[in-house]
Design a binder for this molecule. Structure first.
Ligand SMILES: NC(=O)c1ccc[n+]([C@@H]2O[C@H](COP(=O)([O-])OP(=O)(O)OC[C@H]3O[C@@H](n4cnc5c(N)ncnc54)[C@H](OP(=O)(O)O)[C@@H]3O)[C@@H](O)[C@H]2O)c1
Length: 372
């Protein structure tokens, strides 16, 4: 910015791409402007280390920027104030934002911040429910409870996530694709080989928590491996023939008895955000681990009653229900790889903050349980 005018803008589009500062400087020069003496506003402190990209602090000094206003600190060990220090030593005026701007910048970067501090992905739980608290529809009915506007939002959130996860109950009942589709009613999506930005739609890694390796080889997930990858988390005692068949079909199989072990492995792979799409039993297991950072719950204006669920068990759609021999109570006990609900502590968690908005005919409640 100079004299109240924006002379360049930039953002970090993707891992390995130009960082926001260098992108903004390139944009500024591309507009025929000289950034010397201007003020740069950044949401995250400029880096000082050589990674996939050269250090941003260096580019800012070279450009002769006069003042840098920083929205939030970078909690990574390799950063933590080094960039701002280098800038100050180079004669740049450095200021950290406070109040609302600082909070907004921190919230914008939650996946990055959690991964930097813990090595784990940020977990966001999405659920849709009816006015009578049902999360599953009847056999033969559409699996969607929320309306088209909410569904479009879910597809956008998928595209913003590094990975999407469901339990095998949801995978068996709904046979979902779990891809991010700009037009949820069935527009084709671009094929990808990895977690990559493809055209306009970024496809996340699709994950199924499936201890017994029950995912059918003819499921939509397995049949669309050429579009985006699928990873199945199985237990140590999963049937070896079924595990081998999944591997032969091109599915990646991760052996992890505990949710936290799977999350650590995702973090090691650079997955910073996991979008957890249910069902309820897996959600209860994540909750028991204290692994849910944020939830996004749609309440749709309809009643579903105690209909026989698509998962073949009416009770599974309600809190306290059972599927495939696992009740949420059992999930509580096994989520940590053993122990009892008492040992893992109560699952009840109260939100730090919440936001309520109307999306089409639905109500969306966004609740944050942890802040990084
Ligand atoms: N309204 C919504 O937002 C929404 C979202 C998704 C699904 N649904 C509906 O919900 C129903 C499915 O939900 P659900 O609760 O029955 O099943 P679920 O949560 O999708 O899957 C539960 C299964 O996941 C497996 N699992 C793997 N690791 C686990 C772990 N650490 N802890 C607990 N379970 C683990 C267990 O089977 P194994 O022991 O065999 O591994 C368990 O039976 C369907 O009817 C679907 O349509 C609704």
């Amino acid at each position: 910015m100079r004299d109240g005018e924006v002379i360049g803008e930039g953002f970090h589009a993707e891992l390995g791409d130009l960082h926001a500062e260098r992108a903004a400087l390139a944009d500024c020069r591309g507009r025929g402007e000289d950034p010397a003496g201007a003020t740069m506003y950044v949401t995250l402190e400029p880096c000082a280390h050589q990674g996939r990209q050269p250090p941003c602090a260096e580019a800012i000094l070279e450009a002769g920027i006069g003042r840098v206003v920083i929205g939030s600190d970078d909690p990574s060990e390799k950063a933590s104030g080094r960039g701002p220090g280098i800038l100050r030593d180079g004669g740049v005026e450095v200021e950290f934002a406070a109040g609302e701007e600082a909070t907004a910048a921190r919230l914008l970067n939650q996946p990055f911040r959690k991964h930097a501090r813990t090595g784990l992905p940020l977990v966001t739980l999405k659920l849709a429910m009816s006015l009578d608290g049902q999360t599953a529809t009847a056999a033969g009915d559409s699996p969607w409870i929320s309306g088209p506007e909410s569904q479009a939002l879910v597809h956008r959130w998928r595209a913003e996530s590094d990975a999407i996860a469901v339990g095998i109950g949801a995978a068996l009942a709904d046979d979902p694709l779990l891809t991010a589709r700009p037009n949820p009613s069935g527009a084709p999506f671009a094929p990808v080989g990895d977690i990559k930005r493809t055209g306009t739609t970024r496809q996340p890694l699709r994950v199924v928590f499936d201890r017994q390796a029950r995912l059918p080889l003819d499921s939509q997930l397995v049949r669309t491996l050429d579009h985006s990858p699928v990873l199945v988390v199985v237990g140590q005692d999963a049937d070896s023939a079924r595990t081998a068949a999944l591997r032969d079909a091109g599915v990646e199989v991760l052996v992890a008895d505990r949710i936290d072990a799977a999350l650590s492995e995702f973090g090691r792979r650079g997955i910073t955000s996991l979008f957890l799409e249910g069902g309820r039993t897996l959600a209860a297991a994540f909750l028991a681990m204290g692994a849910i950072d944020e939830s996004r719950t749609f309440i749709a204006p309809l009643l579903l009653g105690g209909c026989a669920s698509r998962a073949g068990n009416a009770d599974s759609s309600r809190a306290g229900g059972a599927v495939g021999g696992t009740t949420p109570e059992e999930a509580l006990a096994t989520a940590g790889g053993g122990g009892s609900p008492a040992a893992t502590g109560p699952a009840r968690q109260v939100a730090l903050s919440r936001d309520i908005e109307q999306i089409g005919d639905d109500i969306l409640i966004t609740a944050r349980f942890k802040e990084w």
